[in-house]
Design a protein around this ligand. Structure first.
Ligand code: GLV
Length: 323
């Protein structure tokens, strides 16, 4: 029996490539060029399965991949996939939940501490040889421990952040989620708040929702206005969950003391973004899940899900809207 045809469209560890090769007739793309529709359209004509990261799967791409049965996201977020267009053509979409939660939660704590304690600024200051004995108060930050953390989106990553904040930093953790999570409230000692109350009480706001039509610009000018003077915004979910222009204004006016941002409305962040020249904003290149261990586990999960769909027609990692 001939093997199904597959394409790996993102660099993954060699053992993952070997695994897919055992099960599929595999094409690995050339990663010296950017992977986008233009550069890959001739290579996906007969692909039945694809392992992807960030590649937009929509009608335009699907027109070039008429045999496709499954697009398997290395990520947990799959807003790069037009699920409706895929459904119409019976192409399954899988993602990789439950793999990166702890790693991303570590990173969120890192962004929070970096922004509040101004670590990048302090690093530059020290390395530039500016450290002389004397008054250091210009460099002081804000306490993270025992402050109030407001989490919007209490999924697996939200829980992992709440656990760290509550038990590691003894923070007061409040959260908003579409549905209340009473078991989690009990287990972690956290409190549900309607969104506007949460915004008014949080010293640190962390957004951890997937990007959907409902969550796009969930945090805009009105919501930022409700926040405390001198509070912080941390985003490691998807950029468009926050209206970036409104966020920039709130940072420029001094309403917000700072921000820690791993994700942006446009990625890579344009070179002329005002965020790049703000000392009180910590920026990172959408890399919260980026440890060697977690990225390898994510690649394994996506590869296994793709092979599973090609061999059995289904996978436990098919995205919720398709189940
Ligand atoms: C990373 O951004 C992910 O969605 O897994």
């Amino acid at each position: 029996m001939s093997k199904p045809k597959a394409v790996i469209a993102y660099p993954v560890p060699e053992d993952v490539v070997e695994f897919v090769r055992e099960h599929c007739d595999l094409k690995v793309l050339d990663f010296s060029k950017p992977v986008n529709l233009e550069t890959i359209k001739d290579k996906i004509r007969d692909a039945e399965g694809m392992v992807i990261l960030g590649l937009r799967i929509d009608d335009q791409l699907l027109d070039h991949a008429p045999k496709l049965k499954v697009a398997s996201n290395i990520t947990v977020g799959y807003n790069n996939c037009d699920v409706e267009a895929m459904k119409k053509r019976s192409v399954l979409c899988t993602h990789s939940p439950g793999v990166l939660d702890e790693t991303v939660a570590d990173f969120v704590m890192g962004l929070m501490i970096s922004a509040a304690r101004r670590l990048p600024e302090l690093d530059t200051f020290t390395k530039e040889g500016k450290w002389v004995k004397g008054d250091m108060s210009e460099l002081f930050g804000r306490d993270v421990h025992h402050s109030t953390l407001g989490i919007i989106g209490m999924g697996r990553i939200g829980e992992a952040v709440a656990r760290r904040a509550k038990f590691g930093f003894e923070m007061d953790v409040i959260y908003y989620n579409r549905s209340r999570k009473e078991a989690v409230e009990k287990e972690l000692g956290i409190t549900y708040k309607p969104m506007d109350e949460l915004l008014a009480e949080a010293d640190f706001l962390v957004t951890l929702t997937p990007l959907t039509a409902e969550t796009a610009h969930l945090i805009g000018e009105r919501e930022l206005d409700l926040m405390k003077e001198g509070s912080f915004v941390i985003n490691a979910s998807r950029g468009p969950v926050i209206d970036e222009e409104a966020l920039i204004k709130a940072l420029q006016s001094g309403k917000l003391a700072g921000a820690g941002l791993d994700v942006f409305e446009k990625e890579p962040l344009p070179k002329d973004s005002p965020l790049l020249s703000m000392k009180n904003v910590v920026t990172t290149p959408h890399i919260a899940a980026g440890t060697h261990q977690t990225m390898a586990n994510l690649a394994w999960t996506a590869a296994r899900s793709m092979v599973e769909v090609l061999e059995t027609g289904t996978s436990k990692n098919i995205v919720p809207e398709m189940k």
